[in-house]
Design a protein around this ligand. Structure first.
Ligand SMILES: C[S@@+](CC[C@H](N)C(=O)[O-])C[C@H]1O[C@@H](n2cnc3c(N)ncnc32)[C@H](O)[C@@H]1O
Length: 478
């Protein structure tokens, strides 16, 4: 088989000492659950296969060069990890993707190297990619190109799990439960050892979700302990012990979460009511008059995303985030405090292009529609954290771009950190005090100078100040 190829593909398979990023993502997203069979198609040297087997996954690997003896059989999950980008023939690339799709019964997980790695790949132009000096081929994908390519070839509904990793679902139920996991995390259940602790955990659940659960939503141990109580008794117990105000607040939040979920679902492709995860079905019944009404409201929410005035108004009203003339900047911890239409904005962008694994602040533009995820690894520890990377998706063109500041000597940095957080965040007070003393010392008199490391340092010197942790002190000589 190798002789018919125009590149030396087997040389693209590297030995791995740790699980690949796509396999790790799939694991974290619950896609490699023990009840699913997994095929690693184009597994190379098989390091992912071995690592996943050690994690008790039911996985086999196949590779035309390294493991061609494995019998190819349909599997719930097919992993196609960094295979498409090494195939130089476009017709064959498509065929391999289709073959992988045919073999997947629940979800196909495709990953590819991205254009942002361009500087790492050198070679001569060949077909739609590069042929390196080692005779290996690389077609680097744009993040949205990968998603639309997989969608177009497979005809399945595709979600970006992270940049360069997409999930193409064959099974609507699996897709909708994945979306629910991303958008409306299940309320936590406390462990129950006896009927009293099971009732206590039921009360906490109701206070957090804003409605009572169905028995099938409970963890098995809790369900077994509560199954002997009649529904009326359970209702009375909850009514007597739960905090009514907490339930009302949570019901409001769950209503908005359900709307957000249904709007994202519309953006990604709506399925029938019966395909929704049980918890979302129960939310719809508890908080809306009908599924139809819930969908209509969710559709209106999605429409509002196109309305500049509405989006701008939501940004003005947001409890969290710093509004500048071009965008709203919100810390990762505070994104759920934004108005629902803005949460939807950020979710749609992440479905299209994938949120990067590491990010600290989301930037939502209000003219045009673009979201950037900015990474400030030292946000919590440095008074003025410096940016490390940014990843942007334009929702109108679906173009993505990635900027790394790792080698930059004069990086942009942040001021007034409290503005990125929700007011109740425990760090807000400390950050606010620092901002106040910096303003008092005159450090914000020349805003155009302080946006980068060098300018900020120069202003600190001019004002005779220095920072010690989150405190501003007089500068000492020497
Ligand atoms: C970059 S490696 C990735 C290997 C492995 N998935 C990993 O991430 O470690 C690309 C792999 O694709 C395999 N491959 C090349 N052409 C293929 C084809 N037509 N069908 C399936 N796999 C193929 C190669 O043998 C090689 O092992």
């Amino acid at each position: 088989m190798t002789q018919t190829w125009n590149s030396d593909r087997r040389r693209t398979a590297i030995g791995r000492t740790a699980l690949s990023v796509p396999a790790r993502q799939a694991l974290a997203d619950g896609q490699l659950a023990p009840d699913r069979t997994v095929l690693d198609y184009g597994c190379g040297r098989g390091d992912d296969v071995r690592a996943l087997q050690r994690l008790d996954c039911r996985v086999v690997g196949w590779d035309p060069y390294y493991r061609s003896g494995t019998k190819l059989e349909p599997s719930s999950v097919v992993l196609l990890t960094y295979v498409l980008n090494v195939i130089e023939d476009q017709a064959e690339r498509r065929q391999i993707l289709l073959r992988a799709w045919e073999l997947a019964t629940t979800v196909l997980i495709v990953s590819a190297r991205l254009t942002w790695e361009k500087s790492k790949v050198r070679g001569e132009s060949f077909n739609d990619g590069l042929l390196t000096s080692r005779q290996t081929f690389q077609h680097l994908f744009g993040a949205s190109e990968l998603r639309s390519y997989v969608e177009q070839v497979t005809g399945g509904r595709v979600v970006s799990a992270a940049p360069g990793i997409v999930y193409a679902f064959k099974d609507d139920k699996a897709r909708l439960s994945y979306l629910a996991r991303r958008i409306v995390p299940d309320a936590e259940w406390l462990a129950s050892e006896d009927t009293a602790s099971a009732i206590a955990s039921l009360v906490v659940y109701v206070e957090l979700r804003g409605r009572p659960p169905k028995i099938e939503e409970m963890p098995r141990a809790t369900a077994e302990l509560l199954a002997h109580l009649k529904p009326n008794e359970l209702r009375r117990l909850v009514r007597d012990s739960a905090d009514a105000q907490k339930i009302a607040d949570s019901a409001k939040r769950s209503t908005l979460n359900t709307l957000l979920y249904l709007a994202v679902e519309l953006f990604n492709g709506r399925g029938p009511f019966s395909s929704l995860p049980v918890s979302v079905q129960v939310d719809v019944r508890a908080f809306f008059t009908s599924y139809k009404e819930a969908c209509q409201r969710a559709d209106r929410l999605l429409l509002k995303l196109r309305d500049d005035g509405y989006v701008r108004g939501a940004m003005n009203a947001s409890r969290a985030g710093k509004l500048t003339p071009t965008a709203l900047y919100v810390h990762r911890r505070a994104v759920d405090s934004m108005p629902t239409v803005l949460r939807l904005y950020e979710h749609c962008a992440s479905i299209a292009a994938g949120r990067p694994a590491a990010w600290t602040v989301a930037k939502l533009k209000h003219q045009g529609r673009a979201v950037s995820w900015l990474n400030y690894p030292s946000f919590d520890t440095e008074p003025h954290p410096r940016i490390e990377s940014s990843y942007m998706v334009d929702l109108q063109t679906l173009e993505t771009s990635h900027t790394s500041y790792a080698n930059s000597t004069n990086r942009p940095l942040l001021h007034r950190k409290h503005e990125f957080l929700a007011p109740e965040d425990p760090d807000v007070e400390r950050y606010r005090r620092l901002t106040a003393s910096e303003a008092k010392a005159g450090l914000y008199e020349h805003p155009h100078l302080i946006g980068t490391e060098n300018g900020w340092e120069a202003e600190l010197i001019r004002c005779g100040r220095q920072l010690r942790g989150h405190r501003l002190i007089r500068r000492t000589m020497g």
